[in-house]
Design a protein around this ligand. Structure first.
Ligand SMILES: Nc1ncnc2c1ncn2[C@@H]1O[C@H](COP(=O)(O)OP(=O)(O)O)[C@@H](O)[C@H]1O
Ligand SMILES: O=C(CO)[C@@H](O)[C@H](O)COP(=O)(O)O
Length: 593
């Protein structure tokens, strides 16, 4: 920690290792963005055989990605920043974020390899296993299960049962069991690849994996990201012995698993130490550049602005996530509660959907009837279709579920379902599940209705800023971030469905909000005065006019209430489809008896 006056030329970096890209950005002490670069896995590293950043094994519902590809991306993104003129010698601290829940399995050689990297060679050359068994490499397993994985229903059932039921698990860990969470994933890995498990010296989340690369030794997991594992007892602030025992296959395996997971520091703001000499020698970072704990991509996103308790963030990346910061611990199997990444006593509320960006792209391609990636027809069609396709007041509402991938909420197989709903009679009728151009609007509505349905308990009535009149429960502001935040039609429909008394806003660099949050965390960790909170430091340097812009109106009387009726039909539609499909167990696989 140091005085701001001595850091006026200082730069801070933030990284975001997400599903489809690695982004690296740089800000100054005043939070102003000065450099940004990205590596797009499909465009730059297609040789890994990935599509949309991942590999899949549909027969088992597996989705995974090679950490070797991410290593290559680290060199590439730094090369690009250097080519753009970034002087790394000014970087005083860096932090980062990783897509949540992905798990990386390190080999016993990892520590030694990380500590002795040759700056003349790339990371992947030195850390990946190579030759004909000549180099064992830093990984005990070549793949990292991805957050989109759906292969662990059996393991999830065991996790939910272990503490009694899904509610008990949510009360202890912040979430019921989820396919993608590391606890169920480790249990499956140990039984599917027993020799790899035995050879695993350490287990990292994606965030800690990336921190380890920059630190030159295995970095601890972060206090917020660790709450996305179904292993961490949030109230007690430690790993849960029962759940460790389940993942480890018995009491005798607990100590070993605990060792593999490592110690988790209480604070998200205390430096892990200085940067690996590899980056000092290869890129010119100062030897004392501090590595600040890397967190999950969603916790990092809420650090991109001084978020107030009544504000909501909607991240429109590969996943859609809905994020709020709250001091009330109110876990429920329907959503996630996580530790806040910087502030003890605060929590992050999250809803997460697998079918975000890719599901919208599917409808975009259908309306375009090509693969041009152009959003103009989608947007025009969405905005020229009336809310829930009611062209006259007597028309039924058109509702649908659009899941090219198995979904998280609700836990449903991949598929599409379309319904008509008449709010006056409560009549809900299934329709042939065929594409029509109305889907451009209906898919965005479907995603937003699901958010409104599940976030109802977090929002409260708000005063109209103009008239002072009390308006129905809704967020004060909605902030859009992630790739989809560039889309004005999505922003407009979002405001109409979710409301928000002040409207829908976008960060100036909304597409990079996650990396920005990490960079801000580095600024705070390196420059805070003793005891100064993240909110206080960032709030004092925040330039609302420059950093945020309003992109759509929020609450609109009449429309908001129409969507209130639609939520009821949507809820019934989901329950009906869920009942029919029963419990899902992986792509195309029917329920386990
Ligand atoms: N103009 C746009 N309209 C709608 N969606 C967009 C637009 N531009 C980008 N996207 C979406 O953004 C997604 C990528 O967002 P990003 O936050 O960068 O993803 P991730 O962090 O998951 O790698 C893409 O899948 C794409 O669908
Ligand atoms: O699983 C979750 C959160 O629980 C996802 O949000 C991942 O964290 C991936 O995020 P993006 O790549 O879509 O940013």
């Amino acid at each position: 920690m140091s005085d701001t006056s001595s850091t006026k030329d200082a730069l801070y970096m933030g990284f975001d290792l997400s599903t489809q890209q690695l982004k690296g950005i740089c800000v100054d002490s005043n939070l102003k963005l000065v450099y940004e670069a990205k590596v797009d896995f499909d465009a730059d590293l297609k040789k890994y055989g990935i599509e949309k950043g991942v590999l899949t094994n549909p027969a088992e519902g597996e989705v995974f990605a090679p950490p070797a590809m991410w290593l290559e991306a680290v060199n590439l993104v730094l090369d690009r920043l250097q080519a753009d003129g970034l002087d790394f010698s000014k970087v005083k601290g860096l932090s980062g974020a990783g897509m949540q829940h992905g798990t990386v399995f390190w080999s016993p050689d990892a520590e030694n390899l990380l500590a002795n990297l040759d700056p003349s060679k790339s990371l992947v050359e030195q850390l990946e296993a190579g030759g004909k068994g000549e180099r064992r490499g830093a990984f005990a397993h070549p793949m990292s299960p991805n957050w989109q994985d759906a292969s662990t229903q059996r393991q999830c059932d065991l996790f939910d049962d272990r503490l009694g039921d899904p509610m008990k698990l949510a009360e202890a860990t912040g979430s019921k069991a989820h396919h993608r969470f590391s606890g169920p994933q480790i249990l499956r890995y140990r039984t599917k690849y027993p020799s790899h498990y035995e050879q695993t010296a350490r287990i990292s989340l994606v965030s800690a994996f990336l921190a380890s690369v920059f630190l030159g030794k295995i970095a601890p997991m972060d206090i917020s990201d660790v709450t996305g594992m179904n292993l961490w007892d949030v109230g007690k602030g430690k790993f849960n012995d029962d759940l460790l025992e389940l993942a480890a296959g018995g009491k005798e395996g607990v100590a070993e698993l605990r060792k593999k997971l490592g110690h988790v520091p209480e604070s998200g703001g205390d430096s892990f130490g200085s940067i690996s000499k590899y980056f000092v020698q290869r890129y010119g970072f100062p030897a004392d550049c501090m590595i600040i704990p890397f967190t999950g991509d969603n916790p990092s996103t809420i650090l991109a602005l001084p978020l107030r308790p009544s504000d909501a963030m909607v991240s429109l990346g590969t996943s859609t996530t809905f994020l709020m910061s709250t001091s009330t611990w109110r876990p429920d199997p329907a959503y996630h509660f996580m530790n806040h990444p910087t502030t003890a006593g605060l929590y992050m509320f999250m809803l997460c959907y697998k079918n975000g960006g890719l599901a919208r792209e599917q409808i975009r391609d259908q309306v375009n009837n090509d693969k041009s990636n152009d959003w103009s027809k989608f947007n025009h069609t969405a905005l020229s279709t009336p809310p829930v396709s009611q062209r006259t007041p007597s028309d039924p509402m058109r509702l649908g579920l659009y899941f090219p991938r198995p979904e998280i909420v609700p836990n449903l197989r991949s598929g599409q379902w379309r319904f008509q709903y008449r709010p006056t009679s409560g009549n809900l009728m299934e329709q042939p599940s065929e594409f029509t151009p109305d889907d451009c609007r209906n898919i965005v509505e479907s995603q937003m209705l699901s958010l409104r349905l599940r976030s109802g308990s977090l929002v409260k009535p708000e005063k109209d800023p103009q008239t002072g009149r009390l308006l129905p429960a809704q967020p004060r502001r909605v902030y859009l971030v992630g790739g989809g935040s560039a889309n004005p039609a999505i922003a407009k429909i979002c405001g109409e469905v979710l409301g928000s008394v002040e409207g829908v806003f976008k960060l100036d660099i909304g597409g990079n909000a996650c990396a920005l949050g990490s960079a801000y965390k580095a600024v705070w960790a390196c420059e805070r005065k003793p005891g100064q909170t993240f909110e206080d430091l960032i709030g004092s340097r925040w330039d609302e006019e420059k950093f945020v812009k309003k992109v759509a109106n929020g609450y609109k009387e009449g429309v908001f209430e129409t969507y209130g009726e639609a939520v009821k039909g949507f809820d019934r539609m989901e329950k009906l489809v869920l009942d029919r499909e029963a419990h899902f167990n992986g792509e195309g696989v029917k329920p386990v008896p």
